[in-house]
Design a protein around this ligand. Sequence first.
Ligand code: ADP
Ligand code: MG
Ligand code: ZN
Length: 491
Amino acid sequence: MTQYEPVIGLEIHAELITASKMFCGCSADYASAPEPNTNICPVCTGLPGALPVANKKAVELAALVALALNCSINKHNTFARKNYYYPDLPKGYQISQYELPIAEKGWLEVHSGSSSGAASAAYRDPSRVRVRRVHIEEDTAKLFHEKNYALVDFNRAGVPLLEIVSEPDMHSAEAALDYATKVRAILRYLGVNTGDMEKGVLRFEANVSVRPAGSDELRTRTEIKNLNSFRALTRAIAYEIERQIQIYESGGTVIQETLGWDDLRGVTTSQRSKEEAHDYRYFPEPDLPPLQFSDAWIESIRSQLPELPEAKTARFISDFGLTPSEARFLISERALADYFEKVAAAAKSPARTVHSWIAGELMRYLNDSGMSIEDMTLSPASFARLIDMTTDKVISSNSAKVVFNEMLASGGDPEQIVKEKNLAQVSDENEIQAIVEKILNDNPAEVEKYLAGKETLLQWFMGQVARATKGKADPNVAKELLVKSLEERRK
Ligand code: ADP
Ligand code: MG
Ligand code: ZN
C-alpha cells in the first residue's frame, strides 16, 4: 500500500473584542443584547445609501494579531466586496479584504509530534507553519432554524472579524491541533478574543488533502466547516485523511467540496461543491478608502505586544528550571502565568514547588469552586509564605492543605492560622519518641505481627502517630523513630 502524507491548511475566523461594530457605531456586544435585532442600524442591516466607516480600534487589534503572528503589515491595504446572497447577509455582499489584506507572510512555530504522547520530546522539534494572510472582515447575522421557518438576528451582523489563513504546512491532525491551540492562546494573550469556541467567537475550517509520501504535489482538497471544538477539529481531520486515503486506494478521485462535520456520528458530510474565488465576484469596496499606515503607527502597535506564550514558555523553562510540560501548563492562560510569577517571586521555595502547588491544590480549588484564576483573592504573598512554611517544615503537607483551605475561606494569613489551629509541625524527636513508645506499648499484638514479618503494619503505626499528633508530627522523623523503636523490641 502506498504511504500517504496528509496536507492540512487552516482558516481561522476570530471576532475582535471592540465596543462597536466594524463599519457602524452599533454595539458589537451581541451576547449581552437584551433582545434580537436591537443593536442595529441602516449600515449593518444593509439599507440603501447607508455608508460604512472603518472601526479604528478593530484595525489596531488586527494589526496587533498580525504582528504577533510574525506577519508583514501592508502599509497600504484595501477593502473588497465578496458577493453572495444568504439570509444572514443583508447587503448581499460581505465587506472583506481580498487583493491587499492588512497583513501577509507570517509564521508560527508548531511542535508536530507525529503521533501521541512525547509532549516534551515534540517540544524540542518545532517546525514553522506559514501564515499566508490575515484580513479584516465582518461577521454575519445569526439564523435560528425553527420547524417551518427561520428567524434572523442582526445583532451580530457587522461585528469585526479577523480571518487568519495558513499555508498548507501541517501534516498531521496533531500539528493542526497544536497550531490551532497556539493561535487561540495568542488571541487570548492579546485580549482580542475570549477563545470561546462553543460560543462561536472563534471558528476553525480545515482544508485537507493527502498525497503519496515524499511528493510535493498539492492534490485536490476538501474544506471542513462547523468545527466548534478542538476535539471536533482533530477528529474531523483524522477522519477526512482516512476517507481520502480509502478513495485513492480504491482507485477513485477526491472531489473538491465543502464538508460539514457530524460530531455525533463522527463523519464528514457533503454540503456543497466548493466555490471558487471568481464565484464571489470580488471587487474593490467603493464606499471605503484604503487603509494607509505609517511606519511610526506600525511600531506603536508593535510596542503594545505583550510577552507571547512561546517566549514565556522558553523563559519559564530557562529561568525557573521548569520542565516543558510544567511551563506549558502555566502559560496556558496569561493570568495563571502572571499569578505563578508573583508567587514564585515572593517565595523562597524552588519554583517547581510553587508549580506543584498551583497545578495541584490551587487547580483543584478552582475546578471545585468553578472559579477562574482571575477571581483569585488569595494574595501571591500569603500563598508564597504558606509554601515556604511547608518547605521549611514548619507545618506538614497535610496541615498545609488545611491552612490553604482556611486562607481561601477566610482570607487569613498563614502564620495566624497555624497558631490559631495549633498546626505547627512537631519535629522535636523527644516529643515524637514519647508518643511512639506509648503507641507501641498500647499495641503489643501489632508489634508482634510486625516483628514476625508483617512490615506493612508500619503504615498503620504511622497512622497512629498521625492521629495522636493530629497530623502534626513530621512524617519522616516519625517513620525513622518507629522503625528504630520496633527493631529495638526484637532483642
Ligand atoms: P479559499 O480561499 O478558496 O478557501 P485558498 O486557496 O485561499 O482557498 O486556501 C484556503 C486554505 O486551504 C488555506 O489554508 C490553504 O493553506 C489550504 N489549502 C490550499 N490547497 C490545499 C491542499 N491541496 N491541501 C490542503 N490544504 C490546502
Ligand atoms: Mg476557504
Ligand atoms: Zn449598525
